[in-house]
Write a protein that binds this ligand. Sequence first.
Ligand SMILES: Nc1ncnc2c1ncn2[C@@H]1O[C@H](COP(=O)(O)OP(=O)(O)OP(=O)(O)O)[C@@H](O)[C@H]1O
Length: 629
Amino acid sequence: MATGNIKVTAENIFPIIKKFLYSDHEIFLRELISNATDATLKLKHLSTIGEIKGDIGEPIIEIKVDKDKKEIRIIDQGVGMTGEEVEKYINQMAFSGAEEFLEKYKDKVEDSGIIGHFGLGFYSSFMVAKKVEIFTKSYQKGAKAVRWECDGSPEYTLEETKRKERGTEIVLHIDDDSTEFLEEHKINELLNKYNKFMPIPIKFGTREETLPLAEDAPKDAKPEKITVDNIVNNPNPAWTKSPNDLKDEDYKAFYRELYPMQFEEPLFHIHLNVDYPFHLTGILYFPKLSKNLDPTKDRIQLYQNQVFVTDNVEGIVPDFLQMLRGVIDSPDIPLNVSRSYLQSDAAVKKIASYITRKVADKLTSLFKKDRKAFEEKWNDIKVIIEYGMLSEDKFFEKSDKFALYPTVDKEYFVWSELEEKIKPSQTDKDDKLIVLYASDVKAQHSYIDAAKEKGYTVLLLDSPIVSHLLQKLEGSKKDVQFVRVDADHIDNLIKKEDTKISKLSDEEKEKLKPIIEKVIPKETYTVQLEALDSNANPFIITQPEFMRRMKEMQATGGGGMMGMGNFPEMYNLVVNTNNDLVSEILSTKTKKKQERLIQQAFDLAKLSQGLLQGEELTNFIKRSFQMVK
Ligand SMILES: Nc1ncnc2c1ncn2[C@@H]1O[C@H](COP(=O)(O)OP(=O)(O)OP(=O)(O)O)[C@@H](O)[C@H]1O
């Protein structure tokens, strides 16, 4: 038997480990299962290359909990260790990691989550155990089994022991302050969180399985029950397979496996697979976005060689794709590092731009392959795509191929098609292409109608960030301007000629303006007299595009003009000097009647904008009944 002192610069490393990693105690199980997995994968590799002769069977990893003895055991059938190897890897190497760790982080107690990075994996067991034993036997011929023990002081014991089976058994004698880990449900929870897709089968207890009855079994035959290993993981998850071997159904099944509480099917998936300049596999899903979507639930999961790392992929996956679901697995992602480290990591940065490109390519191919199906999905995916166009320039460049511009009549165009269609009719006198859009088909009905009557195309752009996107589109496309149909009278939106003849003379106009201004609230409405088509309404309420868009941009964050968001609503009241009613208002002699006509026309204009409510609406209805009496 050998005893010795583990060499560490600090007097006693274990209390420090505990303190450093206080919040992350539960990762001990992941670390130990990772080691067991590595040892098993090594064994399989040695067997494949002929280093190990004979059958190695189907090695599994087993977790056992003994609540009475306060023990957790992690048992593998991997390569095991010789006495020298324990000496080297557990006593010295692991501790050199510990030393480095201490050296680097002694002043930064708050920076936790760095263990794996420093090869402290095994020692994380001391976060929950007051004593740890290792029973191990190497695969090497003639190797003797050894037992190592350490109680959290720098002293350890290493001795020969009796053990026939190849592999390693770690026994954790759980500390009194960590007994929660002796609960079966807690272990199940951890296995489900961190080890659900690890590559070696993990057994935790047993379960009953009912065998199917033989076809010719008598009617009263009872099905036979057998006890089988309870394997908690799926060692071959879909993302590790080749896309050629997977059908649509398999992808959907994997989605359900990942998110058992999700009942909505995903819209489509993207299988990621890259070997150079970094390794990455994964499957991303576009979910159906609904209003009650909780962005903190069922997020993209990040794995390193099938070991769960985190479901906070901020900084790894571009912002606009955070709403997607699925998994990303890369051996190049460090297991246990702090978030700031992850974000500054060069490999991680490349991952984000690769994913962006891949998503753009997939959208392009989906659009090309089945345009109709893509159009049907557009409403569900547009927010993600529009957000991507806004935030990622590379994505914006590619989006011309698949970003759709739907009309109020549910026709869908990509930019080049739209341009071709509206260029002849919607180019104004200054050679600007005016793109008309609505945000609410019902509320803006009369304006849409007026535009359609002129043969114009009206888009329906109703996502919350659309004003930001239009700003960006106008900045990148030459001589293009977007205007919402209710921003002005249609003749003013797409100006074809400079002046229109007004029925009212300049003196008449000067007389009329103050009369109207007296009746309508000046602080909200600016009166504007304009010579429009005689068929156009007498009074039209508009909200200038610029003003409205800036306010919207303020409200949805970023951009826009400072302070605009708090500005009161301001509108224009366009008075059509060519409409007969306006002439009538001017020529009405009785002041009372004149005011009533103005009020009535004004209320009608408000009504068509959805602005007439409450008391004003009640008064309007009363007045209207009196007028038709
Ligand atoms: N179950 C095991 N079977 C065989 N060898 C093991 C086992 N557990 C640990 N070891 C050996 O002990 C070494 C130290 O383990 P430890 O978990 O501390 O660090 P690591 O696995 O090398 O790195 P990290 O876990 O930080 O990624 C391992 O590299 C391995 O050689």
